[in-house]
Write a protein that binds this ligand. Structure first.
Ligand code: FE2
Length: 207
């Protein structure tokens, strides 16, 4: 058994200039794939780790390590969830999700501003996220390979703010990347689906 690189849920040229095919070649084909390869090496080397899911390994290693394995499985889960968080087709939040957004932030635009500020203000590598906490929406971020699963947070949406996510298309301009994707590439259907609390499972994989 082994973890596998999941296929992208859309063609790699589906986003046009918003996210280029070259970015997907590197980000999905090289970076995400490298986390999968490395995680499999580590799990293959230790029979006690075998047969477990990403979520199980994240929870097992989050507090007490080994940090090397946590980083790999955290990054596989984060990237699985990130690809699902994006859509090449522009969508809008509706229904219960829209009500929760208005209740927590006042408007969709205010939520997007808060997510952008979180993404831009996050120092160095990591992930900006929208989560459900105590029945309310909240914006937060995670450093490096850390992920919502490791904190028991209910994930709704995440945005990769590692440089490898934007350097090909936006060079060093993280604010432009965050603004462009938040405006036109959020898969609001996926965000709404995750209100059922099953988001962690949607990016999970069995070894
Ligand atoms: Fe990434």
């Amino acid at each position: 058994m082994a973890f596998e690189l999941p296929p992208l849920p859309y063609p790699k040229d589906a986003f046009g200039e918003l996210i280029s095919a070259e970015t997907f070649d590197y980000h999905h084909g090289k970076h995400h794939n490298a986390y999968v390869t490395k995680a499999n090496e580590l799990v293959n080397a230790d029979p006690a780790l075998q047969g477990k899911s990403l979520v199980e390994l994240i929870n097992q290693t989050a507090a007490s390590g080994p940090k090397g394995l946590f980083n790999q499985v955290g990054q596989i889960w984060n990237h699985n969830f990130y690809w699902l968080s994006l859509s090449p087709e522009k969508k809008e939040p509706t229904g219960e999700l829209l009500n929760l957004i208005n209740e927590a932030f006042g408007s969709v635009d205010a939520l997007l501003e808060k997510l952008k500020a979180e993404a831009v203000g996050h120092f160095a590598s990591g992930w900006a996220a929208l989560i459900l906490k105590d029945g309310k929406l909240a914006v937060t971020s995670y450093h490096d390979a850390d992920c919502p699963v490791a904190h028991g947070d209910t994930p709704l949406f995440i945005l990769d703010v590692w440089e490898h996510a934007y350097y090909v298309d936006y060079r060093n301009a993280r604010p432009n990347y965050a603004e462009a994707l938040l405006k036109d590439a959020v898969n609001w259907d996926f965000v709404a689906q995750n209100l059922d609390g099953q988001g962690a499972e949607r990016a999970n994989q069995q070894w």
